[in-house]
Design a protein around this ligand. Structure first.
Ligand code: TMP
Length: 218
């Protein structure tokens, strides 16, 4: 793969979609071809799975194991249908969540054994490991109030995940921190509680050297 694969992680309301948009604009201005994706989703099949996971009434009593498998069914399709071809074509792929979310939400959050979670992720992902993962970190109270105000402003019903208790999000948050500590080269923590421009600049500090590296090699 000659392209660059960057994933964004964090709890709800950390500003991932805003920063994916800003980074994408910056990269396009530099003449890069950018692909913005989200998980679960990003393919017609994945978007149907996303609806099942988040909003469909049939998902109400979903078991953690079924959730794990559906997340990775969506991922297996996305990797093969979109991510791999885009990277082979030299594009920059920006993905809103990827397998670290499964470790954090289904592993740490739902309490599934990581020995069960990891081989399923491996089957979905294959060799497609991100070059860089940006963990946008905001204190839990900030994430919670952003989540609630978004729901009030947009009048959107909370999805199955957003309805979870605070203790669930605490476990997810700890999960992301554990992942970042275990893989400090790939996963960079970005303090996402300040001004948008400052956060975008902090993100750029991690992205720019990777781009240069790629250009020199290609
Ligand atoms: P979002 O795209 O609006 O953040 O919604 C996706 C939800 O799905 C979010 O609550 C996190 C959750 N999720 C998992 O639980 N496991 C995963 O592997 C992924 C990709 C997302």
């Amino acid at each position: 793969m000659s392209g660059l694969f960057i994933t964004f992680e964090g709890t709800e309301g950390a500003g991932k979609s805003t920063h994916i948009r800003l980074l994408s604009e910056r990269l396009r201005k530099l003449g890069r071809t950018v692909r913005e994706l989200r998980e679960p989703g990003g393919t017609p099949l994945g978007e149907e799975i996303r609806h099942l996971l988040k909003h469909h009434p049939a998902g109400r009593g979903m078991t953690p194991e079924a959730e794990l498998l559906l997340m990775n069914a969506s991922r297996a399709q996305l990797v093969r249908e979109v991510i791999r071809p885009a990277l082979d074509a030299g594009e920059v792929v920006l993905c809103d969540r990827f397998f670290d979310s499964t470790v954090a939400y289904q592993g740490h959050g739902r309490g599934l054994d990581l020995k069960l979670v990891e081989p399923i992720i491996a089957a979905a992902v294959g060799e497609m490991i991100p070059h860089l993962t940006l963990f946008l970190h905001v204190p839990l109270a900030v994430s919670e109030s952003r989540r609630l105000s978004r729901q009030n402003e947009q009048g959107a019903p909370a999805d199955r995940f957003e309805e979870s208790e605070r203790t669930f999000f605490e476990r997810v948050e700890r999960g992301f921190k554990t992942i970042a500590a275990a893989e400090p080269k790939r996963v960079r923590i970005v303090d996402a509680s300040g001004k948008i421009e400052a956060i975008a600049d902090a993100i750029w500090v991690h992205v720019e050297p990777l781009l240069k590296n790629r250009d020199e090699r290609n």
